[in-house]
Design a protein around this ligand. Structure first.
Ligand SMILES: NC(=O)c1ccc[n+]([C@@H]2O[C@H](COP(=O)([O-])OP(=O)(O)OC[C@H]3O[C@@H](n4cnc5c(N)ncnc54)[C@H](OP(=O)(O)O)[C@@H]3O)[C@@H](O)[C@H]2O)c1
Length: 214
């Protein structure tokens, strides 16, 4: 697939690198320096390259949105026409100092994003794990037991693409339902962050759901 990365920081940089190593054609965009984007593309190998948000979105089979909530409007504007595009958002609707959600309970960041870009197909995914686990999960992807990763969205075809990419990273995708379920997955992401960064075990934390009974 062609994957455009909008926001090449901790999440976008690592996920773009993994997607490239998994064989996808990746365009890294949106960082404060072009040098950083070029270095990410070089280090990712394969067919990765650096570009503008517009380059990243154009011809992409999927776009990863990985910016702070305060940068969403800007990067979406720079991306240009996203009609029909699959946007996989790992962005959480955090306040300026990352201490709380600015959208919750009766809506979610994912739903607000879908309202901003009604012509796109939004999936909420890859935001319930700390970036620190991503390379380890990718390295261990051939093991029998994979960590779970929840995702949600309203469009079946986009969810199939998101699930394939989640699997490429090394997780077992868990379909949590329609996009409104992001009202629950986004606060869940904060629980994981609490355990990862303020608990005793450090950020190298992923999770696994087990099904019991029928
Ligand atoms: N990090 C995690 O573990 C984690 C986990 C779950 C969800 N999330 C969510 O994922 C999203 C991204 O998080 P992150 O940790 O990857 O953030 P980040 O490291 O700060 O990455 C954001 C990217 O946006 C770029 N950027 C910021 N302001 C810009 C500007 N004015 N012009 C151009 N580029 C700009 C940054 O550029 P520079 O590279 O130059 O700084 C960076 O590449 C957030 O919504 C966060 O809530 C993060």
């Amino acid at each position: 697939m062609r994957i455009g990365i909008l926001g090449s920081g901790l999440m976008g940089g690592k996920l773009g690198t993994i997607f490239s190593r998994a064989g996808h054609e990746v365009v890294f965009s949106y960082a404060r320096s072009k040098d950083k984007l070029n270095k990410l593309a070089r280090d990712a190998g394969g067919k990765a390259r650096a570009g503008t948000p517009r380059d990243a979105a154009q011809d992409a089979d999927a776009v990863l949105l990985a910016v702070h909530w305060s940068r969403v409007d800007d990067v979406v504007k720079q991306a240009g026409d996203v009609s029909g595009k699959v946007i996989i958002s790992c962005s959480l609707p955090m306040n300026a100092d990352d201490t709380g959600l600015v959208v919750a309970h009766t809506s979610s960041g994912a739903e607000e994003l879908a309202k901003k870009v009604p012509e796109a197909r939004v999936v909420s995914a890859l935001n319930t794990v700390p970036s620190e686990v991503l390379f380890d999960v990718f390295e261990r992807r051939s093991k029998a037991t994979r960590p779970s990763l929840v995702y949600c969205g309203d469009d079946a075809k986009s969810k199939t693409i998101a699930a394939a990419l989640i699997r490429d990273v090394g997780f077992e995708p868990v379909d949590a339902g329609p996009l409104r379920i992001a009202r629950y997955t986004e606060p869940f992401a904060l629980l994981v962050a609490q355990l990862a960064y303020e608990g005793n075990d450090g950020p190298e934390l992923a999770y696994r759901f087990e099904r019991f009974g029928k």
